[in-house]
Design a protein around this ligand. Structure first.
Ligand SMILES: [Zn+2]
Length: 251
């Protein structure tokens, strides 16, 4: 799922892991944290009326970017549905922190945690749309790199029993780097929305975003970027697209 090549940045990534990643792995900090599951959710599903949330998005330029993403996806032939469900059900599908999504063929479902105010729903939709677009780009990219796809899937499904430090560093860098950048890009959209006045109690992380991603997402793998999380976030956001990021993480 990735593409492109930049020797300088690849070297940077390598250094990043040598300096911050390896020591932590040697400490054996593997936890029992769970990785995202991709099962179908049980429980009650309710169609969400997204009109209020989309109305709020239309009032900011960042929100209009998100609405533009929706239009682009529809023009590409995808259908978009919104479902309201409990946070625990969302966790069991493929999500976190108020929202999730599922792509099944040309059907895209965005899950929104029930009980959220309209402005928080707007943040969920904006956040998940970044993920959906990036996910599709990654899938497309990896068609040219089937061995990266296979190695990554193997890593995600077996790291708990195998131990992260027993994997090829390129796989670890690829999976965790992609995960880190995925969240950096999505939360960055939320921050931009908040900066434009769309308030949120959950999604604007300010300067703590790198550490938040490190602890909420990377730590599940029993490792962490530690003090290099700031560099990692800067690196992620210095790239203009997930495709560009992939180009520097694949091998
Ligand atoms: Zn996310």
């Amino acid at each position: 799922m990735r593409h492109g090549m930049c020797i300088a940045d690849t070297k940077f990534m390598g250094n990043l892991f040598k300096k911050s990643f390896m020591p932590l792995m040697l400490l054996g900090l593997l936890t029992t944290g769970c990785v995202p599951q991709f099962e179908k959710a049980n429980g009650d599903l309710m169609v969400l009326d997204s009109s209020s949330a989309e109305g709020l998005l239309s009032k900011t330029s960042t929100g209009n970017q998100s609405l533009g993403d929706l239009t682009t996806l529809r023009n590409q032939g995808y259908t978009i549905s919104y479902l309201s469900m409990s946070s625990s059900d969302i966790q069991s599908v493929n999500g976190h922190n108020g929202g999730g999504y599922k792509i099944s063929g040309s059907a895209i479902t965005i899950y929104v945690s029930n009980g959220l105010a309209s402005q928080e729903q707007a943040h969920v939709i904006a956040h998940e749309l970044v993920h959906i677009k990036d996910d599709l780009e990654v899938d497309f990219y990896l068609r040219s790199y089937p061995y990266v796809s296979t190695a990554s899937q193997n890593f995600v499904s077996t790291y708990k029993t195998q131990g992260v430090n027993n994997f090829d560093q390129r796989v670890v860098s690829y999976v965790l780097g992609t995960l880190f950048c995925t969240e950096a890009r999505a939360y960055s959209r939320n921050q931009q929305l908040a900066n434009e006045g769309l308030q949120t109690n959950f999604f604007a992380k300010g300067s703590s975003l790198p550490q938040f991603i490190d602890q909420a997402y990377i730590a599940k793998f029993g490792v962490s970027y530690g003090s290099y999380a700031n560099n990692m976030a800067s690196w992620c956001l210095s790239n203009s697209s997930m495709t560009q990021i992939q180009g520097q993480l694949v091998w």
